[in-house]
Ligand binder design. Structure first.
Ligand code: SF4
Length: 214
């Protein structure tokens, strides 16, 4: 499999954390890949995703069960493709939903994970990404993200069910939010404490990250 440059790890990590804070959209060197548009992903739609809400055929749109919250969801065709994908690409690219703007499959590569389910196009892309890590700081951060993801996956059942830590996506996101705890392997969660105490530290770090988000 040929490798694909994912860019410098440090820059990616900073940008990914900004995306997770809602400060910017992802800027992914997709090239010709439209893996995330053909991989049977239900796309959450916010009320601000007006173009998608207007354009998606009704049979692919599931509105929230109640008006008190929750997001609409855009389904996918039988072949797994998004109903707004056409031969030339996304038919609403400049107005694509925020979920699509935020998606960056390099997060799986950073966390040493593959997306769940039958998603061969994305899996292949994830396996091809290669980050540049010219500095010791970047190498340490990359190792910390990997350690965080491994700890989270190993102890997924100790997290609240709502955090869905057993899913690759949620585990990768949690790892990016909490990796700072794992930079010193000797002091990492679970190292000199129970796994439950370590999990609580990860949860606290993730919640602090979310509180800091705009
Ligand atoms: S809305 Fe556009 S970018 Fe988003 S999944 Fe569909 S085709 Fe892809």
């Amino acid at each position: 499999m040929s490798e694909i440059a994912a860019g410098p790890f440090g820059a990616w990590l900073g940008a990914m954390r900004a995306v997770l804070k809602g400060e910017q959209s992802a800027d992914v060197p997709c090239g010709g890949c439209a893996g995330c548009c053909v991989s049977s992903y239900p796309i959450p739609l916010r009320s601000t995703d007006r173009v998608a809400l207007e354009r998606v055929p009704a049979r692919y749109l599931r509105m929230p069960a109640d008006s008190a919250g929750g997001l609409a969801r855009m389904g996918f065709r039988d072949d797994g493709s998004c109903p707004l994908l056409c031969a030339s690409g996304c038919s609403i690219y400049s107005d694509r939903p925020q979920t699509c703007r935020d998606y960056d499959c390099r997060i799986y590569a950073a966390a040493g994970l593959l997306p769940d389910g039958e998603r061969p196009v994305i899996r292949s892309r994830v396996q091809a990404w290669r980050f540049a890590m010219p500095t010791a700081v970047e190498q340490a951060a990359a190792a910390a993200v990997l350690r965080a993801a491994e700890f989270i996956r190993d102890h997924a059942t100790l997290f609240p069910a709502a955090m869905r830590a057993g899913s690759a996506t949620a585990a990768a996101v949690l790892a990016v939010k909490s990796y700072g705890l794992f930079e010193d392997a000797e002091l990492a969660p679970g190292r000199h404490e129970s796994a439950q105490q370590g999990v609580l530290r990860v949860i606290d770090a993730a919640r602090a990250f979310d509180r800091d988000s705009g």
